[in-house]
Design a protein around this ligand. Structure first.
Ligand code: SF4
Length: 236
């Protein structure tokens, strides 16, 4: 898709039901479509909707080696419940190997580098061969996500990035979770609206920003996956 097609389609999707956007994505990209999720609530709604569309769409999840046990349990439970084509994306280095090469607790000293090693590069590599991927980004999650387009070109992987729930609110997502009686991470009920690595996630400090518990001791607000790299990746 060229830039004009992406922007036109994104505009057409502004008021579309996410289910219709997912159906379009599945039809358009077939086995070149992937779901990328950290198994937070929007991702769970995505996986549930996909059950009626294309249930064996590959599901990529970043397993940094530093996930909460609650997150690991939830992934295993949903993998079994939905019979997912689950692909755990791991960094080249274990946390121990990273500590050997970069020093202990890199996430405290240089979280950008740590996320680059453990998230951005592994996901970029895992997306090779996929033409499009679905993300659970929503505009209400933080100021930095307020302008999230429903369709865009991911400048890390070069693939089309689809955010079907960009204009859904947290309330609407939670209503869906309750209506469908879907499992979710128990940490959400303990003051963690956004959950990443245990090393960098705290209960929230600002109720207006659901991601304020992420890298709370740093100015950092994004891991890098959803931020454009300094140099745009060439695309075909
Ligand atoms: S969230 Fe923290 S521990 Fe996880 S990859 Fe990023 S900096 Fe490292």
């Amino acid at each position: 898709m060229n830039r004009y097609e992406i922007e036109t389609q994104a505009e057409a999707f502004e008021n579309a039901n996410p289910r219709d956007i997912l159906a379009w994505a599945s039809e358009r990209f077939g086995d070149k479509l992937a779901i990328v999720t950290s198994f937070q609530v929007t991702g769970i709604v995505t996986l549930h909707m996909l059950q009626g569309i294309a249930p064996r769409t590959p599901v990529l999840t970043l397993d940094t080696g530093l996930l909460f046990p609650e997150t690991q349990d939830l992934i295993a439970r949903l993998d079994q419940q939905f019979d997912l084509d689950l692909r755990r994306v791991k960094p080249r280095q274990t946390p121990k190997q990273q500590a050997r090469d970069y020093g202990d607790r890199l996430w405290e000293r240089n979280p950008d580098r740590c996320c680059h090693i453990r998230k951005t590069i592994p996901l970029r590599d895992a997306l090779a061969g996929f033409a499009a991927w679905v993300t659970g980004l929503r505009r209400d999650q933080s100021a930095g996500r307020a302008a999230t387009p429903i369709l865009s070109r991911d400048r890390h992987s070069g693939a089309i990035k689809i955010a079907p729930f960009a204009n859904w609110s947290a309330e609407r997502i939670w209503q869906y979770i309750r209506d469908q009686n879907l499992p979710y991470n128990p940490l959400h009920d303990m003051g963690y609206p956004s959950i990443g690595c245990w090393t960098c996630t705290k209960s929230i400090t600002d109720a207006r920003d659901s991601r304020s518990g992420r890298w709370a001791d740093h100015a950092k607000t994004e891991c890098g996956i959803h931020v454009a790299p300094a140099i745009e990746v060439a695309r075909g």
